[in-house]
Ligand binder design. Sequence first.
Ligand code: ADP
Ligand code: MG
Length: 843
Amino acid sequence: FKQHNACNAFYCRLVRYGCRGAFFCVSIFSHYNSTMGSAPSTEVQGSQPQTRRVASVPDFRGSGSNQAQSASRPTGRQTTETASKQTASTSQKQPAASQQSSSSKPSAAPRIIRGGRADAIPEVRDPNDIIFETFYHSSGKNFTCMFVNDVRYYLDSYKTGEWLEFPLEWYSEGALEVDDVLGGSEASAGQGGEAPSGSNAQAVNVEISEGKKDEREGVIKIPGKGVFQTYIFEHRRNVHCYYDPDESAWIKLPLKWELKTDVAKKLVRQTQELCPQWRDECDLLASLRASNYNVEDCINTFHATQGTYGPEVAAGFEGALSREKSIIMQNENYDEMAAKLTTAERKLERREVRVKKLEEENNYLKSKIAEVEELLATTKAECSATIAQVEVLQRERPVTAKSRGGSGGGGASAAAAAAVAAAAAAQTQETISKDELKRLYDGVKSMHKVYLQLVSETKTQKEFTSKKITELKESMKRLKQCGSVTEEQIEEVRTLYRREALQRKLLYNQLQELRGNIRVFCRVRNETSAKMSLATPNDQDVVTVGGNDKKMFQFDRAFGVNSTQDEVYSVVSPIITSCADGYNVSIMAYGQTGSGKTYTMLGPSPNPFSNPGVNVRAIQELFRLCAERKDTTDYTMHISMVEIYNECIQDLLRKDVKQVDLRSTGTKVTLVDITEQPIGKEKDILDALDQGTSNRKVAATKMNSQSSRSHLVLILTVIGKDLVTGTRTKGTLTLCDLAGSERVGKTGATGEQLAEAAFINKSLTSLGQVFAALRDNQLHVPYRNSKLTHLLMPSLGGDAKACLFVNVSPNESNLQETLSTLLFGVNARQVALGQAKKNVAKK
Ligand code: ADP
Ligand code: MG
């Protein structure tokens, strides 16, 4: 009994510190058990606990509830005792939020609920409600439990949906936690004096060496507690913690304590040296936290806020405007660079064409020279042959003339001369006539002339060609030089472009971060005929009307009953650019069944494409962005569609709807063998959505469930290859139409419905816990508590951007659910960063 009480007290402490991870609880419990010297707890893994099996699944319909209770209890007396014991333990074990819910005081003036403080939780429970819980057994196993009509049950198996009575011995072997969708409230206390958030000691493995002084390491003296070691952990975001030996855990330092640490003091001093006008140390440190302890970033944020609006006026996300301006300038710069790059590339192209032309000309001239030289050689040969012939003829001519001159001499000589003449005549006749000789001579003469002409022409041609070649060579040399200069210029422009593109992405990302990585919007369903319980007086607030206790809820944007699909889409469209830039982005719709989640995400039924919702518009925008960037980036897109029902994930794009496994390594999560359909045009999206929706109907009918009882998740993968730099980016857009958040756990539900309700409750609770852990910068974010949050892990936290729509009905009859949904929304809403946050609070 002593141990039981100690366990409860310890558990309460854990809950107060906001620790929900099963792993954490188990590790602390083991530590607790070993330090208390108690006997090790019963091993549950492998063997089922000593428990009485309930004959059938409890049926709580109508008056049957009492019968069911008596059937599941051995005797009336024993039951009362057990029940009161259990009630006592439940009230002891419930987190502060649910305990405080009953102490909520109505007030006449409207209250602004910003952080979802525990005192703001409205009365949403009635005594017949079923409370869903999770039991963390010290063995490491978790069980889904429910507490109804003073009896606690646990779910034996997801498949059978069988509820068994909670074994008494388990109270000393683990801890119970209420799966309250609004349960994240108590962790959201303001930064000034919050209770330290717990952390998973095992999640961080720090080694602080004695010799080497680590800049992140320090000590803190806490009055009444002693001296503690401190350390700034780097886990997605840096978190400054102190080590509490009592709990063997690193615990996040509250702001006021943190201010006392040397490390923080130094950072604050450094910031103040550069920004002397920033006097408020608390505010400064909060901003430093938000800037990941980066002094430069912190100062930039400060200047961005101060520069544009001045310290008094800067509110909300107005600081982002100056960023936006700088983005526009960067974009202009980037466009200029891109234009320069294109001009330089075109110039180079033209030069290359010219070089090619000149080379062709050169080759042509070379062949021409060869031809002329050949012709010259032939002519030369012909000439020398003719000259030789002429010389022979000339040698022969004087002999003939001599013989003719000697013909007037003596008789003998006359006879001889006659004989010679006859012989000569005969020879002349035999060889060549005089005319012919003359003709030949003229021919040779003209040929010689031609020869001389050709020689001079060839000489001229040769001179011309060699001149041309020299010219060409020179121009080639010049061009080559020009080419290398252009290459250098292009490389320079390319580097600049790369830097600009990266800068643009980073600035855009910073802008989105300034707006908050988790943005929450509220949409009130169009329902004018009903008695209205809600109003949207401006574009941020939703107020309750009609009752005395008026409440006001503030969101990043509130959409009234007349909002259009286009207006609603406009608030999420900026994060679509982030997706194309390679970030993980998610958009979710939360609310009770019939509040307009599917209308917002997909469109009106039965023909959603007549006025498409966020899904189609976001994908269309992605197409538009990809087309716009096609000169610089090559994009490919794939779509997958899954449904999460009773903690099972079904692939909806297969013909035979199949269950798929979820695997994760580090922060990467993969759906094993999931169908990924390539999409290149709008019709592909519509086809995929059609196929997924009809498969969902088939699966729902098979399982005898309704589509509103499962989460529908659409995953779009966008891979971009930068054509200039060659870098690759991968972004995902996860669109999630969540299951109805209404409390089905009334005493009218049947066994199957109860299991279904328990799973929905569990996953939505986990979602709320994840938001709370992210908002509070906790070291341990309980993503693995449900399939939904596990699947969404890469799209929540870190650099990822998430948008949450909380859909509500204005109908008075839905007020309880509406309040619960609105509260979930304000709890999830991430507080704006540093300076801006303070100004919002002032307003
Ligand atoms: P949920 O998905 O939350 O269960 P639905 O989106 O299916 O709810 O909405 C229920 C009904 O209300 C549908 O017929 C839908 O067309 C209609 N509806 C929801 N929101 C609006 C709105 N803003 N304007 C007009 N009709 C709406
Ligand atoms: Mg729906």
